[in-house]
Structures are given as C-alpha cells and as structure tokens.
Write a protein that binds this ligand. Structure first.
Ligand SMILES: C[S@@+](CC[C@H](N)C(=O)[O-])C[C@H]1O[C@@H](n2cnc3c(N)ncnc32)[C@H](O)[C@@H]1O
Length: 368
C-alpha cells in the first residue's frame, strides 16, 4: 500500500514523554537563530508601506511550545517599532498552517492565555490579532490571492510532498536497498529521484506563495540543508544512516522484514544553497535577499559538559517525536521502542567519536 505523506506525517501529539511538545528544543533553537532575519523582514515591510492590516502565515506550525513563538516575536518587534514612531500597531491576521492531522485544537485552547501574555509582556492594553488555523499542504494554494505580507516556515520545508517518484514503497524494484535515505552507496537514480522531487516541490511551494503574497511581501524560510553540493556528503543527515542501521540490525534478527527496509525511503530532502538559489531563480517570483547557513548540534548544543549518553538520549527523543508516525505506518507500532533504543545506542557511539551537527538554511526572499 502506498504511504501518503499527508496522511501519515504528524509530530507526536500530547504532552507525554515522546511528544513533540516535550522534545522540540532543537527546533526552538532554530527559530531563535532565524529571529534577526525575521526582524529585518518585518521592519522592511513596515518601512515600505506600513500596512494597516498585516497578513502573516506560519507554515508547518505544528502544536506545542514553539507554535506561537513567531507571533509573539513579531508582536514585540512591531510594538517597539510603533511606539518609536508613535503610530498604532497594525492589525494582524495570523494564519497557522499545518497538515490535516495536526492538533489544531491544542493550539486553540492555548490562545486565551497567549493573548493575555502578549499584553503583559509588551505592556499594551489592547491590540488586534486574529489567529486562525488553516489545515492543508503548503505544496499548493492555502490562502486568498494577495492576502499575505509575511510568510514564515521553520523546520518544515525539508519534508517533501511525497516519497520521490520511483522510490515509493510499492515501486516494482527496490532501488535503495538496506537504506532509508540518500547514502554514500545509493545509486545515481536514487540521487536524481530525490533532487527532482525537491525541485518540483520547491517550485510548487514558491508559485503557490507567489499568488498569495503581496508585491514587496516577504518569505522567511528556515529548513534543514547541507553545505556541500554533493548529495552523498552525509555528515548533515547521518541520523538517517543510523536509523537505517538500527532497522537493518532488527532485520538481521528477524524482527523486521528486510524487504520492508528496502522499500522505505524518507520523504525528506536537505538541499544545498545552490539548489535553493537555482529553483528560486527558475520559478522567478521572488528575489533572494539573504541566504545563511547555520550549524546546529544534533542535541541542540548549549550544554556546559558534553556527555555522549545524555546527548544521544536527547537526539533519539527529538527524532522520534518527529518521525515516529511515519515509521509506524510502514513498520508497525510494536517495534518502535526497540528501534529507538537501538538508534540511541548507535547515536551514542557516533557522538563519542565525533561532533555531529545539522546544517540549517535560513532564506529571506522578496516578492517581485
Ligand atoms: C518539526 S515540525 C516544525 C514545527 C514548528 N514550525 C517548529 O519549528 O517547532 C514540522 C511540521 O511541518 C509540517 N509539515 C510537513 N509537511 C507539510 C506540508 N506539506 N504542509 C504543511 N505542513 C507540513 C508537519 O506536519 C510538522 O508539524
């Protein structure tokens, strides 16, 4: 049976031990890295035309402590700017988007406390911020034409719209045997399939946003990438390699069918800056204002003493909170605890030998 990304991908819900809410500090750190770039984009929008009503969308908002972080930052930036100029705060129309299975209700119940917190934090008595949820895939239209001034997305666009064509789990031939993502030994046909899917998806993403964004409007996009143009330089996505190894060790012990591992390929892609530039230029609706790459440790970093065992546990939980729904749909629920225990051991071994990091790209674009 073909796995539809839109139906199976969702972050682990609730507030339990394996939930995204409790295991999303790496993504929070990534949001904070992009903050100066968001600030610059907001101020430029204000300087250009000071909209009375500002349309803002956050794509792939998920649900949990990170979801309203962007809005809180934007309100604080706007509040400082408007007090400085002695002008009223613009009214904000905020659209929180994610896939259909996202826990939108979890976001909605937290809104009254959020609205109050904004007043206290910014020392304001009233402001107009209308938040709504918009379910659907960002690979396609989501909003009315010319309705948005700022589109933001963090830690989401590395998810493709589908497993690359030819590598789906019901494909006639398994082309990436024993692996679940691009790896050093993957044949060229696999690399091409991934690259083509990225190009198709990113172009569709941009053309959809192009219709929805006002001229001079901004996109600030932050997602996993890689530094090298070589897609097999696996340093930045070695976590997929280790997850594949954990699955293969279970296959060797007869706990997972090997054919199941052969037929699974992650709908994920981490482009290099050159690929992002090329697709943006080809699509033609946006001009890149800034493109920066940051390294971020697998466990988020920021610790005084590094202990591989502690870091590995954090890494395994972070990855589990994100990919478990998708792995469960293919391999079944029962193997998950064992799989992530093995994965954690492999991560610990890896971290005891080397510093492992992701590369995060942050791109700010202007609508022509
Ligand atoms: C790791 S979470 C990031 C959540 C939040 N932005 C943060 O920084 O913590 C990635 C989110 O992207 C969403 N996502 C993936 N593909 C999507 C798509 N095609 N359309 C909308 N949301 C998508 C997932 O459902 C998930 O909630």
């Amino acid at each position: 049976m073909r796995m539809e990304v839109m139906q199976v991908l969702h972050m682990n819900g609730g507030n339990g031990e394996n939930s995204y809410s409790r295991n999303s500090t790496v993504q929070r750190k990534i949001i904070s890295l992009a903050k100066p770039i968001v600030e610059e984009a907001v101020l430029q929008i204000m300087n250009n035309n000071y909209p009375e009503s500002m349309g803002i969308a956050d794509l792939g908002c998920s649900s949990g402590p990170n979801t309203l972080q962007l809005i809180s930052e934007i309100l604080s930036i706007l509040n400082s700017k408007c007090s400085q100029l002695g002008r009223p705060l613009p009214e904000l129309r905020v659209f929180l988007n994610d896939l259909f299975n996202n826990d939108f209700n979890g976001i909605f119940v937290s809104l009254p406390a959020f609205y109050d917190r904004i007043k206290v934090e910014n020392g304001i008595r009233s402001y107009s911020c209308f938040i709504s949820g918009v379910p659907g895939s960002f690979y396609g239209r989501l909003f009315p034409s010319n309705s948005l001034h700022l589109v933001h997305s963090s830690s989401s666009l590395h998810w493709l719209s589908q497993v690359p064509t030819g590598l789906e789990n019901d494909a006639r031939e398994a082309l990436n045997k024993g692996k679940i993502f691009i790896s050093k030994n993957s044949p060229q046909i696999v690399l091409d399939a991934y690259s083509m899917q990225f190009q198709k998806d990113f172009s569709l993403f941009l053309s959809s946003r192009s219709r929805e964004t006002v001229s001079g409007g901004r996109l600030v996009l932050s997602f996993m990438g890689r530094a090298s143009t070589d897609p097999t330089s696996d340093e930045e996505f070695y976590h997929w390699e280790l997850l594949g190894q954990a699955l293969m060790s279970m296959a060797k012990e007869g706990l997972v069918e090997e054919q199941k591992v052969d037929s699974f390929n992650a709908p994920y892609y981490a482009p290099c800056p050159e690929e992002v530039r090329a697709e943006t230029e080809k699509e033609g609706s946006f001009v890149i204002d800034r493109l920066e790459a940051f390294q971020i440790d697998w466990d988020g970093g920021g610790r005084e003493v590094f202990e591989a065992a502690v870091a590995a546990q954090r890494v395994a939980k972070t990855i589990r909170a994100v990919v478990e729904s998708m792995l469960q749909a293919h391999f079944g629920k029962d193997i998950m605890d064992d799989l992530f225990r093995r994965f954690q051991e492999l991560v610990e071994d890896h971290l005891s030998k080397t510093r492992a990091y992701y590369v995060n790209l942050v791109i700010s674009m202007i609508k022509k």
